[in-house]
Design a protein around this ligand. Sequence first.
Ligand SMILES: [Zn+2]
Length: 412
Amino acid sequence: MTPSAKSVPIFASDASRFVKEYYAALSKSDVAAVLLKFAESVSYSDRPRDHAFIEKDLRDYVTRWPVLNLKPEAVAVSPKDDGSTVITFDLIYSVANERNKKSLSGHSTNTWIVQRVRGEIQIVSQRELVHPNPVPAVEKTPRRQSHEDEEALSDEELKKQGDTQIEIPTAQSTSKPSVTPAAKSAPKNVAPSGFVIALDIGHSPLRGGAVSARGVFEYEFNRRLVAELFAQLQSLGFARSFVINPQGDEIRLPQRSAKANEQNADLLLAIHHDSVKDKYLKTWQTNGKTQKYCDDFHGYSIFISNKNVKAADSRLFATKLGQALLKAGFTPTLHHVDQENRPIIDKEKGIYTFDDLVVLKTAKMPAVLLECGVIVNRAEEEKLNSPAYRKLLIDAIVRAIQDFSSIGNRNN
Ligand SMILES: [Zn+2]
């Protein structure tokens, strides 16, 4: 027992930060940073091990799984009599290797013993009990055309999932032009505070969607953009707008629109980032790893569902969104036509129909899905990582929302 171990207790907040930093470093394959968190001698899976052993073990792990999604949860601490502290937590993991198409997911129960050495927390014992998911659900489903097909289910498939409480709205004919709010009602100029936007972060930490040219899951791009868009909407007075699944819980697709329906949202906007079909992907080396990319396609795309009960309004918002993006200098990508036979209804603005996208078709308000850009394109991924570029994108989205909300779309 060292005096410092006794004088500076390790609180739950310290432990939580420590565990998060550990997995953030590991997710980036930063083995050196992870190694710093271990004491000189460690009980590692109940065996005494030194740094050399642990380093090799960690390097093997990040080589085996270049794509790591590691989410610690429910971090708890309990101090021991000898001055050390026991940290327990669950780890939700999904790991993948694009090269051999292997992936694993599940959760693990973790028990670490840590102590303070010269003020720094260090691991003296680490034990993990892994509970893998039986068979990855993704592999059970037949191979789909694109990553976004995971987001689509036919009405029958949707009913089979047992969502009896979720009614699938019957499609309205989109050939009824008279239902557009602009034509039907006089502009009402809804104040931003009265207009509710539900923002959906595409995919989840465990089912991350597409993988970027630098090996980052689409979910990370979606989450970041939604957070920034949400902040911008709040600052402009859209005070009742909300993010559907901010914690990234594993909720099923119909539950996403159900949340928007419950809160009577006026508009649902799902944020995604795009990929291309596998056969167009090439490999390159980046950060010491082999990744897949395709520089041949770039740009945004907009999707609506004709099965949405407000299909005409969805189309109206999609048009405004396309106009705003074009005006800001963005260009649409048309590759979904050739690669997935997706019907395109407005080539100039990059608007497609994808009727069975679950979130769109089960929403009771106008709903649009935006693919912000192609993240397997190396240059476009870099742009999307630039705050200035995202600001341009978000400003354009916000202008479309302001325009749409001001024409009296509410409750008609
Ligand atoms: Zn997506």
